[in-house]
Ligand binder design. Sequence first.
Ligand code: ZN
Length: 496
Amino acid sequence: MRSRSIKLAAATGLAAALFASPAAAAAGSPGATGIGDSYYPLDGNGGYDVSHYDIRLTYQPETDLLSGTTTILARPTQDLSSFNLDFLLKVSSVRVDNAPASFRTDGGELSVTPAAVLPAGRDITIVVRYSDTPESYRLYGNPSWIHTPTGALAANAPQIAPWWFPSNNHPRDKANFDVSIAVPPGVEAMSNGVLVNRTQTVPQWVRWNWRSVRPQAPYLAMLSIGQYEVRLATAPNGQQLVTAYGDDLGANGPAARASVERTPEIIDVLSEWFGPYPFEAQGGVVDSSLGFAMETQTRPVYDGFFFSRGANTSVVAHELAHQWVGDSVSVDEWRDVWLNEGFATYAEFLWSEYQGEGTAAEVAQFRYDTMPASDPFWQVLPGDPGVPNQFHPAVYYRGAMALQALRVAVGDDAFFEILRTWVAEHRDGTASIADFIALAEHISGQQLDDVFTTWLYTAGKPPVGPNGAVQARAVTAKPKSYDQIEFTIGLLAAGK
Ligand SMILES: [Zn+2]
């Protein structure tokens, strides 16, 4: 439309040019194909803001056939002639405000051209119908969707949503979710938030209805379908507590239960450091097919292997800490991943301290002492690790050392005030590392360039350790919790 107007103006002179101007405005313009993330330029989209996803699906475990409808409530932020959603599967129809729209899918982008221009500021309803087998797709080379022997798992970062629902897939656009999945009787289907009900209107299908009422980034929406023991309970704070354990956990089952059943207790302890729990429900899912663990909102997913050496509350503390740092306060760009992984790892250190199994200072110091300066570990910058190293152990461990160094620099009172204020100020939103540095300097009244430049942005082993001392000749004693933390981070960092 736009280029035709320009040609017309050129051909017929001034009168046509005057006419073309308002015509071009009425034509709108296409929304950007990415939201502006330097690590993942095609993640998210421009031109609109989503407020709600209604995802209504049917899943057949044997064939991996996923079909249904996602309804998206959104508001254009510009006059839109077309817009993109992030989605991989085959689409059969798209409607915008009930009118059929033309569409095209290509490499994870679903481009939609509505019948008429969508004016900025006027709410729209997008309905996408689809049916496909998610396991056949890759994005950035990754097959994030896992088709298991008894169902499927959707839990990954930063990209998993495009395998099961069309979205504006970036933390900058959070929304509420209703997720409804029909599965054959005898199959369980878990998602985020509160389990509203399970309904069976036809003999062949049981429908599980889940609702998330706090803003949620699309990548934190999860599905776990299969054979589980599902436990529905009420946490001491009155919230619904849903835990689920795969039938195939075998010897890992008891230790998994002995760890994940402590979720409300660990949430209470974490609340002392990060402030009130930010969400409306609690729980966790343990499965044998994931290969790592993921902080999906209100309901983390853990691979059973985390519990193969016995109870592992370190990984539970890690994923639950993400509910504050990662899920409620999300990265503004994926470059800011230190705000997720450095903080959740430091929460493991704090949990160790609380358990009396080694202080955070001791855990950080031991890692620092035992990692030789020649190790490539020290070459990864937690503050800007690059896409291939986004989940490198350095982002976790050196990232947690950075927080220990900050704690030593500003003192305990200021440090925990910084953590709580951080979460309170950015609740339900996103923030950057620069925002965190500014807040830390504001609360402490100190200039903290040295701490952050050294620990986040300078290659090489810092000559002064996380507790402010040059390395002693003898390595400090290994904290009791250390092997469990090492095992946990090893799986979390390598699994991605
Ligand atoms: Zn993590």
